[in-house]
Design a protein around this ligand. Structure first.
Ligand code: SF4
Ligand code: SF4
Length: 456
């Protein structure tokens, strides 16, 4: 009897494997003479030998050993025959957009800054926008975040403090941080708070205080190795470079066991020198930092004034991948999401109903680069912490890759989500233009494989 059951089970398993197909989101690329299958819906990456590749491409799934079959299914490389993957992708997209329980807020507590960088959206030290949160603003902002989080039935609250230089408005930052940390605790939510800073104002006492109030990590911006950085990131007070000061403070943050992510601004002029920065970080023993390379995009009018800095999108993606590879070779880690290899289904983190960019006086946006630009305001926080939206809110939120030219049939849709809305508006003339961001996928996979090999 048991023998009969075994046979039945085997037959059933064989039938299940026959009833499979290659996912419409699977891409095959050749890296170092080996075929790699990558699925953009699940983010699965599987290296295939010649025999397996042949069996897969011919649809002979029942000939595959069970462990290989399981790996292919797990990575989403093959899926059930009857699955309507495009419907599933649309469902996943809508779920993330409208029912996202992970709530994400970028809070600019001031537009003031102590540096005068030439390309900054804040206006190269000229303080293009005025705004510095007061205690009343902080109360309203906190209330608003609580409201959105509760309405979204949030289970995770992620905060990023931003500026100008947010540490200039330390007390207000501390108030919002502590209030929302306590709110998350009371409501049993995961809490993750970080600050984006130029790293020049940090002190030991400040770090201790912010840590006590719930700060988890710090993103420090830098413009490259000292010879580049010190030409640009200069103090407003004395015009001097800030590289050494920042490096010293990174050491302080690491000693205090905060998560440190280095945001490296890269552009046409600086890109050849970025590997010198990796060497210097290694020399200082800072190799456990996570690096995020940010290619300067023509995203704001200020940047448009500096065309000699700007790489076009194709050049930028190429440079980004080359530098990511160099960084990994030198022992740094790059997150898959930075390589564009993590499915996000929705192209921009703010295309969800549970995420906002908040200006110092409770003005609301859907992109960090729109801060202070009244035309791009999506709403305003009211005195009681409620939200009043502008018509632009609906315009932004209606971006939908499933109605964009070419996107619905694109193999990369789950990864790309139809592209950055801001770039689409600035370069394509409309929010609803496609803005492909997967030009160097093979290179990105190469970086990830190299990173995985090195971490073994
Ligand atoms: S609109 Fe583009 S640049 Fe702005 S936050 Fe979204 S993805 Fe980023
Ligand atoms: S924008 Fe381009 S890469 Fe992105 S989903 Fe649309 S067609 Fe694909």
């Amino acid at each position: 009897m048991a023998h009969c059951d075994d046979n039945l089970f085997k037959a059933f398993e064989a039938l299940k494997s026959i009833m499979c197909k290659i996912s419409c989101y699977t891409n095959f690329v050749t890296i170092n003479d080996k075929v790699v299958a990558f699925n953009s819906f699940k983010g699965g990456i599987v290296q295939l030998d010649e025999k397996t590749m042949k069996q897969v491409s011919q649809g002979h799934f029942s000939d595959l050993p069970n462990n290989v079959l399981d790996t292919l299914k797990e990575g989403g490389i093959i899926v059930e025959e009857g699955l309507n993957e495009k419907a599933l992708c649309k469902y996943q997209h809508d779920l993330i957009k409208y029912r996202n329980r992970s709530c994400y807020f970028l809070v600019a507590v001031t537009y003031k800054c102590n540096l005068a960088c030439p390309y900054c959206y804040e206006g190269a030290g000229k303080e293009k926008h005025q705004g510095h949160s007061t205690r009343d603003n902080a109360v309203q902002i906190s209330k608003f975040i609580e409201n959105v989080t509760l309405q979204s039935q949030g289970d995770k609250l992620k905060l990023i403090f931003y500026g100008g230089e947010p540490l200039i408005n330390l007390q207000i930052l501390g108030y919002i941080l502590e209030t929302l940390r306590d709110f998350s605790k009371q409501n049993l939510m995961e809490f993750d708070a970080n600050v984006v800073t130029n790293g020049t104002l940090l002190t030991e006492e400040m770090i201790e205080d912010l840590k006590q109030k719930g700060l988890e990590g710090v993103y420090v911006s830098i413009d490259g190795p000292q010879q580049i950085h010190d030409k640009r990131r200069v103090s407003k007070k004395d015009g001097k470079g800030t590289y050494e000061e920042i490096m010293k403070n990174i050491g302080l943050l690491l000693r205090k066991k905060l998560t440190v992510e280095l945001l490296v601004n890269v552009d046409k002029e600086s890109s050849p020198y970025i590997p010198d920065l990796f060497d210097d970080l290694n020399k200082r023993g800072y190799s456990r930092l996570t690096l995020r390379l940010l290619l300067l995009k023509p995203a704001t009018n200020i940047v448009k004034d500096y065309p000699h800095f700007i790489l076009n999108q194709k050049e930028a993606e190429k440079v980004q991948m080359e530098l990511n590879f160099r960084a990994v070779e030198k022992g740094f880690s790059i997150k898959p999401i930075q390589l564009g290899l993590e499915p996000k289904y929705v192209s921009c983190p703010y295309l969800t109903t549970s995420s906002y960019v908040i200006g110092p006086q409770g003005d609301l946006y859907k992109c960090w680069a729109s801060l202070g630009n009244k035309e791009k305001m999506v709403g305003e926080i009211q005195e009681d912490g409620s939200l009043k939206v502008t018509p632009y809110y609906y315009e932004f939120m209606s971006k939908d890759p499933f109605t964009q030219n070419k996107c619905p049939n694109c193999k990369f849709l789950p990864l790309c989500g139809g592209g950055c809305p801001l770039l689409a508006e600035m370069q394509g003339g409309s929010l609803h233009t496609k803005m492909c961001s997967t030009l160097f996928l093979t290179d990105a996979i190469k970086v990830l494989i190299e990173q995985n090999e090195r971490s073994k």
